[in-house]
Write a protein that binds this ligand. Structure first.
Ligand code: IMP
Length: 175
């Protein structure tokens, strides 16, 4: 595995940590202090974002995980999405927040929002650490965005290329 050089760092660990703390506060402000927020993280990419976001969140929080395969051709999505691992519990009457690493074309998130909305949560919102607005193919609503970035393939902080780099504390551009 290649170790990224300093120039390829797009977001440092400190920048990520402080933005994630802000996002946790923004999210909590939109609900009553004692509302339980049910965070649904999308595996595997969102695992690090989820763990920092959940720790920064005040008030009651519960967690669940879902896994989807977005069929990729190289570094781009083909648009076909398949459910690999479903949630452990139902969503009816709960305040659900989808926690996703990155929204690119928007196809994966649209699929997730559709299947989760059908389970009748009390509310459904989405928090994405990263967004590549210039790549959007569908108009998907993302309520909380950490950073909008240019059309570059990035890895680290949960994001991978062929299962590598997920463990980096920063987000780097893969050249
Ligand atoms: P979308 O369906 O095109 O929005 O793609 C969403 C998924 O593609 C994300 O959950 C990631 O798994 C993957 N993806 C998109 N862009 C990147 C990137 O720059 N680095 C790593 N994975 C990416």
């Amino acid at each position: 595995m290649r170790v990224p050089d300093a120039q390829s760092v797009l977001l440092t660990a400190d920048q990520i940590q402080s933005r994630v703390r802000e996002m946790a506060a923004e999210i909590r402000r939109d609900y009553a202090p004692f509302d339980e927020l049910h965070l649904v993280a999308v595996l595997k990419g969102a695992f690090m974002f989820l763990s920092d976001l959940a720790r920064a969140m005040t008030g009651p929080v519960s967690l669940d995980f879902i896994a989807v395969a977005s069929y990729a051709k190289g570094t781009t999505t083909s648009g076909e999405v398949r459910l690999l691992k479903d949630l452990d519990s139902g969503l009816q009457g709960r305040h659900v927040i989808i926690v996703e690493d990155i929204v690119d074309t928007g196809l994966t998130l649209t699929y997730l929002q559709d299947i989760l909305r059908a389970r009748e949560p009390k509310s459904l919102r989405t928090a994405c650490l990263l967004s590549k607005p210039s790549r959007r193919q569908v108009d998907v609503k993302v309520d909380y965005i950490g950073f909008a970035i240019d059309d570059r393939f990035v890895v680290g902080y949960g994001l991978d290329y062929s299962e590598q780099y997920r463990n980096l504390r920063e987000i780097v551009v893969l050249s």
